[in-house]
Design a protein around this ligand. Structure first.
Ligand code: S3P
Length: 195
């Protein structure tokens, strides 16, 4: 086995034992379109853990798309069901969870997330996020004449809270697989310190 793959397998064992010992979850947070769902799905596959997407859970429960919930019932209603669904999901252990980018902004959600999971903040620059968001219109919070200004403003408001995550990973210039590897290494390092 090469040094690289040996390191990889050690990292995998670390991440799995962290979850076994603490019975917690791995939760991804960060701005819209940073790649929480894509990374979460691959991370879950690699760690052989179930993957849960909070927005998808909300859509299944409400029988409406997130965009429709915002349009018909408003953001306050969305935040209420987001909180309820998050609580329910976090009552279980051993999952990889991708949250919507605003879920951590509620202080009770943040507290619960930090208690019940290893919380990971995925970072990208506003320009990168906007490039990924260019051809999509599903995110109600990004309706604006100047979307770059909107992304910059919202990110500036949220950054301080995102930074409270246990682990922050800069995803600029990284593929989804590389982000997954970074997460596994960071969790292993963290669990080595904790154990
Ligand atoms: C939101 C992010 C969205 C979704 C909703 C609100 C936010 O999820 O939950 O539109 O406040 O940042 P993604 O981060 O998966 O786009």
């Amino acid at each position: 086995m090469s040094t690289k793959s040996l390191r990889g397998s050690k990292a995998r064992i670390g991440a799995e034992s962290l979850l076994q010992s603490s019975q917690k979850n791995i939760v991804l947070t960060g701005f819209m379109a940073v790649g929480k769902s894509a990374v979460g799905r691959k991370l879950a596959l690699k760690l052989k853990l179930p993957f849960v997407d909070l927005d998808q859970a909300i859509e299944a429960r409400e029988e409406f798309r997130v965009k429709e919930i915002f349009e018909c019932k408003g953001e306050a209603y969305f935040r209420k069901v987001e909180k309820e669904n998050l609580k329910e999901i976090l009552s279980r252990d051993g999952q990889v969870i991708a949250t919507g980018g605003g879920a951590v902004m509620d202080s009770e959600n943040l507290h619960l997330l930090k208690q019940r999971s290893v919380l990971i903040y995925l970072i990208a620059l506003p320009e990168t996020l906007l490039r990924r968001l260019r051809s999509e219109n599903q995110r109600p919070l990004l309706k604006a004449d100047d979307r770059l200004v909107r992304v910059e403003d919202l990110l500036a408001q949220r950054e301080k809270v995102y930074r409270q995550a246990h682990i922050s990973i800069d995803t600029e210039h990284l593929s989804v697989d590389e982000v997954v590897e970074r997460i596994i290494k960071a969790i292993s390092r963290r669990s080595a310190k904790v154990v």
